[in-house]
Design a binder for this molecule. Structure first.
Ligand code: ADE
Length: 244
């Protein structure tokens, strides 16, 4: 899968994405991640990419021309208009199901804003998806773009090894992952739950499912409303909530 990240800070993005699992997948050729410096496309003789907003107000805006030309350079190269995601707190909040769906794309353009944002006219021309990574404001779209590249890439076939793909299901059914334990059997006076040592796979699976549900009820009740639970499981949650 090919990612084209339009940014004023290409080094920041590339340095964050060339290590660990994503770096390895890029080396293997499963991913191609490229940062395109918007400043390289300005026609201003001082290399300026921003200006004051019409109507007044605080801060500067990224101008339409360099953003459009940076985008056009990718479109001309790939020969069509791939989906173009603008990272903004005004977008819909990113979720695992969207990561999975975007991983189906062959090419994806990610647009990172800075200053007070980008001239609306170019956004209307090029952006297909407005995405936020949460209800807080960052200084730019670079960290959100890196979050998307990571979350989408791990859904691309071959990027995770078999050992790593275990956590793929987490969040997909709108349930949080169950607690996990490794050696030693006792640490700091705390024992691993006996059922995990029993060797009874059916019981282990049932225990993990129950733990997932309880954990989600406790930490993310908003998710639980969307999870597919049996009637018995819903009754169990009510019972647990009443007891606590
Ligand atoms: N740019 C600034 N803040 C952001 C956020 N929360 N999500 C996506 N892009 C952003």
């Amino acid at each position: 899968m090919n990612f084209y990240i339009l940014t004023l800070f290409p080094d920041m993005v590339m340095q964050g994405l060339n290590t660990s699992i994503i770096g390895r997948a890029s080396e293997k050729g499963l991913l191609h991640i490229e940062a395109i410096n918007i400043r390289d496309y300005t026609k201003d003789k001082h290399k300026k990419v921003d200006d004051y907003p019409y109507g007044g107000g605080a801060g500067m805006l990224m101008q339409a021309q360099p953003v459009y030309d940076a985008w056009k350079s990718v479109v001309d190269r790939v020969g069509y208009q791939p989906r173009c995601v603008y990272l903004t707190p005004q977008g819909s909040v990113f979720h695992q199901t969207q990561a999975k769906s975007l991983a189906q794309e062959k090419d994806l353009i990610l647009l990172c804003g800075h200053y007070e944002g980008i001239d609306e006219r170019v956004l209307e021309e090029i952006v297909t998806d407005y995405v936020s990574i949460g209800d807080y404001v960052l200084t730019g779209g670079e960290l959100p773009a890196m979050v998307l590249v990571d979350a989408i890439s791990r859904m691309v076939p071959g990027v995770l090894t078999n050992d790593e793909s275990g956590c793929t299901e987490s969040l997909e059914g709108n349930l949080l992952e169950y607690p996990q334990y490794s050696r030693p059997e006792e640490w700091n006076g705390k024992k691993v739950p006996a059922i995990l040592l029993s060797g009874d796979h059916a019981k282990v699976d049932a225990w993990r499912r129950q733990q997932s549900i309880l954990r989600t009820a406790e930490r993310r009740p908003d998710l639980l409303e969307k999870a597919q639970l049996t009637e018995k499981e819903r009754i169990q949650i009510q019972k647990n909530l009443q007891e606590n």
